[in-house]
Ligand binder design. Sequence first.
Ligand code: SAH
Length: 424
Amino acid sequence: MAVSKVFLKQNRKKRLEQGHPWVYPSEIETLEGDPQGGDIIHIVNHAGHFLAQGFYNPRSQLIIRVVTYSEVEVDETLFFDKIEQAWQRRQWLLPKITSCRIVHGEADFLPGLIVDKYEDVLVVQILSLGMEVRRRWIFEALKRIFNPRGIYERSDVSVRRLEGLEERAGFVEEPFDTHVTLRENGLSILVDVADGQKTGYFFDQRENRAALKPLMTGWGTRRGIQVQADGQPIDKKGKEIRNPFWDGAEVLDCFSHTGSFMLHACLYGAKKVTCLDVSEKAIEMAKGNALLNGFLHRTEFIAANAFDFLREQVKDKKTWDIVILDPPAFAKNRQALQGAIRGYKEINLQGMKLVRNGGILVTASCSYHLSAALFLTMLQEAARDAHKVLRLIEFRRAGLDHPVLLGSEETDYLKFAIYEVFDR
Ligand code: SAH
């Protein structure tokens, strides 16, 4: 059967040629053939020159999603090769990595496919019709490349409906224990891939968590603690200090989920970390992870709504050396953006107020509708209203296993900033 073909309009913006991996219905001039949803279709320009091949789905606003810029046959072998290349890229950039994102959708030229590796377990999320009809190819390739203990599907996300797909979650084949202890930056982190948020863990902040390392010490000396010639630290009154973490930071980790930031803070020498999450289950998980890594005595856990908690702490004049804010995506779509910005501003404003003069605010947003520029504007407004001056230490994005395609801002969603906070 001949492959169908779409001719794109002559006067469209050349988005596809600039690296954007989707075609919208408004860009199409004519359609040749009788393609079914999920079929491969050739994309050509107005003059008939071949541009790419992609998945066709007439029910979706993303009517075509680019799979390849070559004219090769899109078959099971091509899928195998693409997944293998994606894994090789991770092994190259992150040597010895055992848990990470293996396939990051469009940015790995596998539109609508997410694969995360949790040690010997794989978690798959299928978000496009083109991938859905090729499920078998995906699972066969994953079994051949990784020989996993098990594969779990987490396609229980509402965006699937935009592709005309039902939500779905469960074991791909035989059931297995879905608890996995993954290794990250030398820590052990227990997650449940069947139950956690997204696919169970957020690998995209791996390098950002590691960036906390230099921040966690140097606080005791700032508070006037001195080290005597024999190595004994003493406070301003000359009293001996017994706590081995006397120089560590006091940290508030908001939206802690698995507690991954808390674990890194402790690993890098924090004196005390307060973990906050609205979900009791998340708090239990974070506590379990503190125990697993031997950090329980340096941590405390609070199940509460961050919006209320932060405001109360400000009212009670509580302060920390470091405040970490890693909220969920408040803006799930463009319409929700204004409300989301108000939410981000509120937690950042209160969070800044809780930082001691000269302390640190670590703040993130994983909502791609909130661009980096809008994120910075939001922070400026929060700083203005909180009477603070912020000085940047580092601005970071997602980790190396979450590639970003130039020309596709949708793949560049994570903002992560570390600021010193000064009173004004
Ligand atoms: N920092 C985490 C990821 C955060 S995910 C990590 O490294 O793993 C977002 C978390 O925010 C979820 O655990 C969710 O339960 C929590 N959350 C959502 N709304 C909240 C609110 N209003 N107050 C406190 N926690 C909230």
